[in-house]
Design a protein around this ligand. Sequence first.
Ligand SMILES: *Cc1c(COP(=O)(O)O)cnc(C)c1O
Length: 391
Amino acid sequence: MHIKKQRLLTPGPTPLYPKALHAMMDADIHHRTEDFRNLYRTVLADLKEVLGTQNDVLVLVSSGTGAMEASVSNCFSPGDRAIVCTAGKFGERWVEIAKAFGLNALVLEAPYGQAVAAETVAKALDANPDTKGVFVQASETSTGAAHDIRSMAAAVKKTDGIFIVDAITGLGTMPIDIDGWGIDICIGGSQKAFMIPPGLAFLSVSENAWNKMDAAKLPRYYFNLKKEKKNAASGESAWTPNTALMLGFAEALKFIKQLGMAKLVDNAQQLAHATREACKAVGLELFAPDNPASSVTAVKAPQGMDSGIIVKEFRNRFGSIIANGQGSMKGQIFRIAHLGYFDFPDLFGVIAELELILHANGVPVRLGSGVAAVQRVYAERAIVKEATVKV
Ligand SMILES: *Cc1c(COP(=O)(O)O)cnc(C)c1O
């Protein structure tokens, strides 16, 4: 048997930043000590810097969905009017959370692969002046489509409602100006562009959102944002934190600070562009060609082929773990991730593997055509010039 390295190439969890992984082994510290308080304060300050916001930032021990739920349970009362945008499985999660907590949800739905237009949100806000909040995904990971959250924010800003963005795969893959655009709650998760394992969610909270919390009547206990804010002020979390992940998060944030958030975004955008070019070069069709996200590229399986075969072949032949479609998209699409700790050599490999898999399954493809497309993007883009300057 030949060596087959396992590579995790999904849009969450994503490849791990090695230094963060190593830092996690130092987890034998107690969370009510000065050591932990220093760590926590550093994480919160660095996170704030990386997100580029003056708003408060909080970290929760949960996967990303915990912060989504917290934004609903902390800011709203039963029966509150909310506008919920959905264009995929994660948008459907917003709808489910809103309904579970008894919000009066007006659902704006776009077909899978497309995005809800900002204009549609603006019109819905005009027609529903009592709207208390608008929910959306920055990047819909299940379809690879991105929303125009900047224009949506502008529409929400004209109202009394708050704008809540699930930016779990948007952060680090697209420019997001939380303060400049007016995003009241911006949610992220550890296992996406932040390069560490699943288990931490985080969010920024605007003054406006804090004010809403004073009147919000929905029940909450574990996810109590005011309590978290109060504890964070003294360097602690409300409950026992995930100390190991916090250590990893600190390292990852240090790395992202050094790199610069804009560079992290540019990295994802370059890889996303190259992925799209490669897929077109091998004759595959993109699932969300009109509003493509830079977090993940969803690709349609060739005619008559189940995308599950491609996913399975990636794993069996090469040890590469890529994502299938979710829900009804399962079997139809496969997804190539490029958020966080991904680089061009990763993509050279992924596309070469894809070509070999298609070839082995009788799909006509010229070996090397997709890889050449990625190489062309690499050669044409600033990355090369930048490297040249350094030499
Ligand atoms: C990963 C992800 C989430 C969070 O899912 P969890 O399993 O709770 O971490 C939410 N929204 C989007 C867009 C995601 O990609």
